[in-house]
Design a protein around this ligand. Structure first.
Ligand code: ATP
Ligand code: MG
Length: 256
């Protein structure tokens, strides 16, 4: 039941002078390992702003965020990038892929940044593409895919590093319901089978209900947050340990 994220009194002010807007007005939020958390609220309530701060993609105007007990403001830019790249996966619609590059190269990117060997990263990327059922599109240009397929490539890229936390902002937005369901299944599979912590921003109440916890945000403040089911978090933690042991064993075997 480790706290993976501990956010305290987060405030975010955008703009200057007459255009100043306070998007977050003091948010406290703890996320536990293995949880699935939905962040819901009206358009403009501050969901994406909060998500960007939690994922360390943007900095708060005031307040603190600890990741695995470590204060994020104390990290250098390089350390921040490393932390994001090794522990986080992102499924954001505005995170466009490189359209001119192949699907495979788009998925490989986080591994390249992590300095993994060419051969190994190709193998890992193909494994991730297999999970989202897009192996056959590996050599296609990203731009040639359908919307749902692009979203699945984003998921492959998000999971290729075996992240501890996946942040998803409207992962099923703009998709037909069958494709949306497939994306949803993928994300919850990762949460349930591998103990990946899942944080999802959504307008979709059905998707929110699949999460163990729903955080409601209105006008830059949390107005409701149902409690953490600690037993589930504990089980997820055990699953993650098991998975880490399996990966370690596989790596050792390969090194021999
Ligand atoms: N870069 C920015 N500069 C100025 N205001 C901003 C900026 N980004 C967001 N805002 C404002 O902050 C508020 C919260 O925005 P945010 O994107 O977090 O909303 P949201 O809850 O994700 O909405 P949606 O459901 O429409 O995606 C909005 O009123 C928005 O106009
Ligand atoms: Mg948003």
């Amino acid at each position: 039941m480790e706290k993976v994220i501990e956010a305290k009194n987060l405030k975010k002010v955008y703009g200057k002078k007459s255009a100043v807007f306070t998007a977050l007005k003091g948010v406290d939020l703890d996320i536990y390992e293995g949880e699935s958390v939905a962040i819901v609220g009206k358009s403009g309530s501050g969901k994406s702003t909060l998500m960007h701060l939690l994922a360390l993609l943007d900095t708060p105007t005031s307040g603190t965020i600890k990741i695995d007990g470590e204060e994020s403001t104390k990290l250098s830019k390089k350390e921040l990038n490393k932390l994001r790249n090794s522990r986080f996966g992102f499924v954001f619609q505005q995170f466009f892929m490189n359209p001119k590059d192949t699907v495979l190269n788009n998925v490989v990117l986080p591994l390249k940044i992590a300095g993994i060997s060419r051969k190994k990263r190709k193998q890992l990327a193909m494994d991730a593409l297999k999970i989202v059922d897009l192996e056959s599109k590996a050599k296609n240009k990203a731009t040639d895919l359908s919307g749902g397929q692009k979203q699945r490539v984003c998921i492959a890229r998000a999971i290729v590093n075996n992240p501890k936390i996946i942040f998803a902002d409207e992962p099923t937005g703009n998709l037909d319901s069958a494709t949306g369901d497939k994306i949803t299944d993928l994300l919850f599979d990762l949460n349930k089978k591998q103990g990946v912590t899942l944080i999802v921003v959504t307008h979709d109440e059905d998707l929110a209900k699949l999460c163990q916890r729903i955080v409601r945000i209105s006008d830059g403040k949390i107005i409701a947050d149902n409690s953490v089911r600690k037993d589930t978090a504990k089980k997820a933690s055990e699953r993650r340990e098991k998975e880490a042991a399996r990966v370690k064993k596989a790596n050792e075997k390969e090194a021999k």
